[in-house]
Design a protein around this ligand. Structure first.
Ligand SMILES: [Fe+2]
Length: 299
């Protein structure tokens, strides 16, 4: 049977969300915080429950690679991940399994499509916190293997338009490899939306009286982006994304969401927004695309 994408999710990775959940793997302890987004992830997990999947494929902004697209290439990685900006919030002991077969298959498919790829086979490699946080919040049980894909810098070294073309091609290659694999995959794009943030932290990080969007213009851009997602207007969103990136300093510049759109075939069906909320002033949304809706909408 052909493999398929069971869902594609915009699954942002502020370390604050894991901190506030207090999982045993994370050393710092929190009282509460950022409930809107955490309950959004809870709704996502409930929504995914009836659809079983074999593997999580995640594209993360914080594994930054200059030459090509890199993939975890060993079956197991374990270490401690410390957020360089928020070591007070995120010191997470991870122990994860990789679906190397699918990882290699996506890399091969991307290479055949003209992209530069590389497998990461250094056993000492420290997996980035974006990968870990998105995977943890989507599946805290860690009972599925993952495929992790790096964020190539084409947006930075060339232009937003060139970066977008690369990421769409990488997404299409990902979809082709999944289809050939016969596996059911959950896809996670790990970036935030608007990304202008405060530069000073309050004494108590989870004091929600300090938490709000950085700037109204950022909020307007986020609401516009979410409207396009909810109305299935992704082609339009992609056309506007270079401006969105520049004007809202969006983390979409890291390519994760564009990769997801490529893998989903640029959806024309509505997405489900499970939550929108801010973290240190940045805009974050948990958004799900269910490809089975494409067939329903087409009728
Ligand atoms: Fe980030």
């Amino acid at each position: 049977m052909a493999g398929r994408i069971v869902a594609g999710v915009l699954a942002p990775h502020p370390p604050h969300l894991v901190y506030a959940e207090n999982p045993p793997q994370n050393e710092p302890r929190a009282e509460c915080g950022w409930e809107t987004l955490r309950w959004g992830y809870e709704r996502l997990r409930k929504s995914l429950e009836p659809r079983d999947y074999d593997v999580i494929v995640v594209h993360s902004p914080h594994w930054k690679t200059v030459v090509g697209h890199h993939f975890l290439g060993l079956p197991h990685f374990a270490s401690k991940s410390v957020d360089p900006i928020f070591p007070n919030l995120f010191r997470f002991n991870y122990d994860l399994n990789v679906d190397v077969e699918l990882s290699q298959a996506i890399a091969d498919e991307a290479k055949a499509g003209g992209l530069t790829t590389k497998m990461m086979t250094n056993p000492e490699f420290r997996v980035d916190y974006g990968t870990i946080i998105s995977c943890h919040l989507a599946n805290p049980a860690w009972d599925k293997p993952i495929v992790a894909i790096s964020s190539n810098r084409a947006h930075y070294y060339f232009s937003n338009e060139v970066g977008q073309t690369e990421q769409l091609a990488l997404g299409q290659a990902t979809a082709r490899a999944i289809e050939k694999s016969g596996k059911r995959a959950l896809l996670l794009a790990s970036n935030s939306l608007s990304h202008r943030h405060f530069t000073e932290e309050g004494e108590l990080p989870e004091d929600m009286s300090n938490e709000h969007i950085y700037h109204h213009g950022q909020y307007l851009w986020d609401m516009h982006a979410l409207k396009l997602m909810r109305e299935g207007r992704i082609r339009e969103f992609l056309d506007e994304m270079p401006d969105f990136i520049e004007q809202s300093v969006s983390e979409c510049k890291e390519g994760s969401l564009t990769w997801l759109f490529g893998a989903l075939g640029i959806p024309t069906y509505p997405a489900e927004v499970h939550a929108y909320g801010t973290v240190i002033g940045t805009g974050n949304a948990v958004v799900e695309w269910d490809p089975s809706r494409a067939a329903v909408e087409a009728k």
